[in-house]
Design a protein around this ligand. Structure first.
Ligand SMILES: C[S@@+](CC[C@H](N)C(=O)[O-])C[C@H]1O[C@@H](n2cnc3c(N)ncnc32)[C@H](O)[C@@H]1O
Length: 288
């Protein structure tokens, strides 16, 4: 059995699917395969232990946040697993997202995510709406970020690429990876609507959601965020919510798109910022 098979099987045995074996798992020449397996097993056991610690920390963060900022946040057994598995989204933001989502469930409409990538936040949202009958719409190019526009000035070089132009095509994940994550939490496929393509085109399709109660907008760049927000304004009732990620982070364009939108809506939308440590995002509530 090759080393790669050993790694894959060990990962599978503790519930992970490895698609690409990273270079860091290189084994020195002359090591016996028994030793290799033991070392790998130790490493995987360690990483699983770390995950379990992170899950426990997540439960504590949820309790603390409920005390200081989110008193109405409903409890859900097993939420910590999805919160601990978020990628590039901190646990506090995940909890604010869930809180806004549950507030939005008081009004009719479907649930949308604009900017899905590998589906980590999709998995969290899907788990939260499992007991409802709402459809879940996922908008993504599945080709990664588009070319930035002049509004997208780089403020945090998150991947150390040196310029905003080099971010085009990054953050790409295949649709199958997203579906895999949603299958893992047993979200019914018949309630899933995958809107593959560039958002400025997909929002013009005839089969878009008629009414939206909640949206997570995580497109990073100015133009797509602007497009998503104007689309939502047409389809949301008072009481509906949107959480927009990357406000004041990575690209200047995200904050600009939100601020311009709120100003243009003339008091019809309320913007709320989280506590300073909670992350770079804002919550928008439609008032009228
Ligand atoms: C930051 S990632 C989303 C991360 C995800 N919400 C999470 O936290 O797990 C941004 C995603 O937006 C998508 N995207 C960016 N601009 C887009 C556009 N104009 N149209 C469609 N998809 C776009 C990219 O393909 C990428 O998957």
């Amino acid at each position: 059995m090759s080393l790669k098979h050993v790694i894959r099987d060990l990962a599978r045995s503790i519930g992970y699917e490895i698609r690409r074996i990273p270079d860091v798992v290189r084994v020195e020449a002359g090591t016996s395969s028994e030793q290799e397996t033991t070392t790998l097993r130790d490493r995987l056991a360690l990483s699983e232990t770390m995950r379990q610690i992170h899950r426990r920390d997540t439960i504590e963060i949820e309790d603390l946040l409920r005390m200081v900022a989110l008193p109405d946040l409903p409890k859900r057994a097993g939420r910590e697993a999805q919160l601990a598995d978020l990628i590039g989204t901190n646990v506090c933001e995940g909890l604010y997202l869930v809180d806004a989502l549950h507030k939005a469930l008081r009004v009719p409409g479907d649930i949308c995510e604009f900017g899905v990538a590998q589906g980590a936040t999709s998995q969290l949202i899907a788990s939260e709406i499992m007991s409802t009958d709402r459809a879940f719409w996922l908008f993504d190019s599945f080709e990664g970020l588009p070319a930035p526009t002049k509004e997208d000035r780089l403020i945090d070089d998150i991947f150390d690429l040196g310029s905003m132009a080099k971010y085009q095509g990054t953050m790409m994940s295949p649709e199958t990876e997203v579906l895999g994550r949603l299958d893992k939490v047993k979200f019914p496929r018949e309630r899933l609507r995958i809107m593959k393509g560039w958002v400025n085109e997909s929002i013009k399709r005839p089969d878009v959601p008629k009414q939206v109660a909640f949206a997570y907008v995580d497109f990073d760049f100015y133009e797509p965020i602007k497009d998503a927000l104007h689309f939502l304004d047409q389809r949301m009732l008072p009481g509906a919510h949107a959480v927009v990620d990357d406000y004041g982070f990575f690209s200047e364009g995200a904050q600009l798109a939100v601020d311009e939108f709120v100003a243009a809506m003339d008091g019809r939308w309320k913007l709320s910022k989280p506590l300073p440590f909670a992350g770079h995002f804002v919550t928008l509530e439609k008032l009228r």
